[in-house]
Design a protein around this ligand. Structure first.
Ligand SMILES: Cc1ncc(COP(=O)(O)O)c(C=O)c1O
Length: 482
């Protein structure tokens, strides 16, 4: 008898059978979630209880059919495709990108070096070229993928530090009285300030610039704040702009920041993790006027470009600079003659092995990058503006600021209540709505006030969904004050 050499866990027929079942399960789930069926957006489960529910013995342990187990995983999860998911900036991914990721997961071509992910590297290159063109870079731009915007920002910030320091800081470390500093908006994502600390630079190297009434960086203060930092012994090397900010979705003024950086020979980094989707929108691209002047830009595909997390592109205006970031050599990986080549990604990233991020991003761009992205971005940004109009017309509701992106902050604020009470009420409103599972929304604090924060990221969320949410906010708010 001819005995198969394939160990049973790798049985291709079993994989086919289970794979088909899983795709059927997921397709049914996708239909239900997108239709807004009466399922809780985030099923309410205490973390300890959930850990118990998923003990190794649960569901019959190893005898539980895989599809039953995965159905339990699905039902306990936060349903990002549900039209009432209006929470954090993580997208409901495009099915084609999910299928591409399913494929790349089996191939497991971790793209640290070309030989371990040849197709990925080729597709990364093409995605980089497409973005270079739409950003408006000319010359020798380049880019690389990282796992997430936090890692992407760190990669760009390390490049800035290496390029703008007048000695080899990567090898020699930080020297007394020559501590590099990054000017960032008070509203910058926390990863930016944290990255400064990860680099071992300490809190003084994060030079915070206040924001205006629209939560945009106060560019009129840049000169003064730089001078003050330098008096404290900090060598300012970079300005980090937000396009857009996390809390309110505000876009910093890139042209003015670019002028300032050019004047003082500083590295201009743009954290466009959330807001770079406007690159595809004729209507909203003006929000990032000047982007082609940035030395580096971070773009999260898993936010406004509809790709599964994590998937981030870091673009460099001068591609050569990205090779200076990590000066160390891993000689067992890179042959000498291949040192500075684009197709060995690990030379330029924090990570060694990575997922095939380029293939997944490329798939989304290939099928939807020419028209759907534009339609998607425009409709989400338009909807945020319509919602703001409705909020402003309601005397019990308050809008933080006119939305520039698809992020809207509001609160229940009837007249006659002090800030402390309003803060408590708005926290209770958000907690109750999330707990009952009718919507998934988040909250943020700005100037000591608690705001309900919405990111209209899901392509099927409609104005009616948002009106239902406002009614719910007011219903709970009024019952709290009565
Ligand atoms: C502006 C901005 N930058 C960076 C990040 C961090 O991105 P990631 O979660 O991909 O690490 C976020 C996340 O929300 C963000 O909003």
């Amino acid at each position: 008898m001819n005995k198969s050499k394939i160990p049973s866990p790798f049985n291709p027929e079993e994989f086919r059978k289970e794979g088909h079942k899983l795709v059927d399960t997921l397709a049914d789930y996708l239909g239900d979630a997108l239709s807004g069926k009466e399922i809780p957006v985030l099923p309410s489960n205490d973390p300890e209880r959930l850990a118990q529910m998923f003990s190794f013995e649960s569901g019959g342990g190893e005898n539980e059919p895989l599809n039953d187990f995965l159905k339990r995983v699905i039902s306990g999860s936060n349903h990002l495709h549900h039209p009432h998911y209006i929470g954090h900036q993580v997208t409901s991914p495009l099915p084609v990108a999910v299928l591409a990721q399913f494929c790349t997961t089996l191939l497991n071509n971790g793209a640290a070096i070309y030989e371990m992910g040849p197709v990925n590297m080729a597709l990364e290159k093409n995605v980089v070229n497409r973005f270079g063109a739409i950003i408006g870079y000319s010359g020798k731009y380049d880019g690389i993928f990282t796992h997430g915007g936090t890692a992407g920002n760190l990669t760009a910030m390390l490049a800035a530090r290496q390029v703008k320091t007048d000695y080899n800081i990567w090898e020699e470390g930080v020297k007394d009285n020559r501590r590099p500093g990054y000017m960032i908006s008070e509203q910058a994502h926390y990863s930016v300030g944290r990255n400064v600390k990860i680099m071992g630079l300490g809190y003084e190297s994060t030079i915070k610039v206040p924001v205006d009434s629209h939560f945009r960086m106060r560019t009129d203060l840049l000169e003064e704040i730089k001078n003050e930092a330098e008096k404290r012994g900090i060598k300012v090397i970079s300005v980090i702009a937000s396009s857009c900010s996390t809390a309110t979705g505000s876009y910093d003024d890139l042209q003015t920041i670019a002028d300032f950086c050019e004047k003082h020979n500083l590295w201009m980094h743009v954290d466009g993790a959330h807001g770079m989707g406007v690159l595809f929108s004729d209507k909203y691209k003006g929000l990032i006027s000047g982007i082609e002047r940035a030395d580096s830009v971070v773009i999260d595909f898993h936010k406004m470009l509809l790709v599964p997390a994590l998937n981030t592109l870091v673009m460099f205006r001068d591609g050569e600079k990205s090779f200076e970031t990590f000066a160390q050599k891993a000689s067992y990986l890179f042959q000498k003659s291949q040192d500075n080549v684009w197709y060995n990604s690990a030379i330029r990233t924090i990570e060694c092995t990575k997922s095939a991020l380029g293939i997944i991003a490329y798939t989304a761009l290939k099928y939807y990058g020419n028209s759907y992205y534009r339609e998607y971005i425009d409709s989400r940004y338009d909807l945020a503006r319509s919602l703001a109009t409705i909020i402003k017309s309601d005397s019990q509701l308050e809008l933080t600021v006119e939305p520039e992106s698809n992020i809207v902050c509001l609160r229940f604020a009837p007249e006659g209540y002090n800030e402390l009470i309003l803060n408590q009420i708005n926290s209770v409103i958000r907690a109750k709505i999330v707990m009952e599972g009718s919507f998934y929304i988040v909250q943020t604090e700005l100037d000591g006030k608690i705001w309900i924060r919405l990111t209209i990221i899901n392509p099927v969320t409609s104005e009616d969904d948002l009106k239902d949410l406002l009614l719910k906010i007011k219903k709970i708010g009024n019952s709290e004050i009565s």
